[in-house]
Design a protein around this ligand. Structure first.
Ligand SMILES: C[S@@+](CC[C@H](N)C(=O)[O-])C[C@H]1O[C@@H](n2cnc3c(N)ncnc32)[C@H](O)[C@@H]1O
Length: 229
């Protein structure tokens, strides 16, 4: 895959991503709300709804950042473990019942030890997406559920939203309020994601059934859901 600037290749990606999230942590939540017009809250709530687990179920928020998804999971009655590699993001985390600093490619959980996993806008940041999905499949018990949100690659019908808002306004807003380089990377990094069928196939191959891909936000955001076989 040839990556356009400002995307690091696999060898540097883990280091660059961790340093970047440490830098943008102080204003991460604010900019998220501004750049989505508050819709990020709605999308996380939809991910929580799609988990469809019983109240009290133990759910890991993978790459939890400052805990926006953890808090939504908690409000739905789930017990939460937040996992993230960025010390800067974890220093600002609120709302997870337990917290672990770890790489989500190497989860510090036993096999089949949790009821579900959720993640918000993190999948495209890992070095190996297939391995990340395989780790989810390892730690989620049979019958458990996953709900994974991320940006989506532009489709012809929605390309104008992506090019004017996500690639035009977001980097300028990021530069003004936080870190211009990071907010050029974040929209551009959808290039690391396989296409929709490829992503659904990864979840199926890892051992998830009833796998569905739901498009949100005029197709700019995707939600992958599945049940562990
Ligand atoms: C765009 S933020 C999303 C934060 C949060 N999930 C949300 O919904 O707002 C991406 C997060 O992924 C974390 N991250 C990226 N790669 C990771 C990895 N390999 N292991 C653990 N965390 C990772 C970053 O530190 C950052 O907090």
């Amino acid at each position: 895959m040839t990556l356009p600037a400002p995307l690091p290749d696999a060898a540097e990606k883990a280091r660059v991503v961790e340093a970047m999230f440490d830098r943008i942590a102080p204003r991460y939540g604010l900019i998220n709300h501004l750049m989505t017009g508050g819709l990020d809250v709605v999308w996380r709530r939809r991910a929580v709804i799609e988990l469809r687990l019983p109240r009290g179920a133990l759910v890991a928020d993978l790459a939890c950042g400052t805990g926006q998804l953890s808090r939504a999971l908690g409000r739905a009655g789930y017990r939460t473990i937040g996992v993230d590699s960025s010390a800067g993001m974890l220093a600002r985390l609120r709302g997870a019942d337990q917290v672990v600093r770890a790489d989500i490619l190497d989860l510090p959980f036993a096999a089949a030890s949790i009821d579900g996993a959720a993640s918000g806008f993190a999948l495209r940041n890992v070095v190996d997406i297939g391995r990340c999905v395989a780790e989810m499949a390892r730690v989620v018990r049979p019958g458990g559920r996953v709900a994974i949100l991320d940006l989506a690659e532009p489709r012809p019908a929605t390309h104008w939203i992506q090019s004017t808002w996500i690639e035009g306004v977001v980097p300028r807003l990021g530069a003004l309020l936080s870190d211009g380089e990071a907010y050029r990377y974040l929209p551009a990094s959808t290039a690391y994601l396989p296409d929709g069928d490829g992503l659904v196939g990864m979840f199926r191959d890892a051992g998830f059934v009833d796998t569905r891909r739901i498009l949100l936000g005029f197709g700019t955001v995707q939600l992958l859901v599945g049940t562990r076989a």
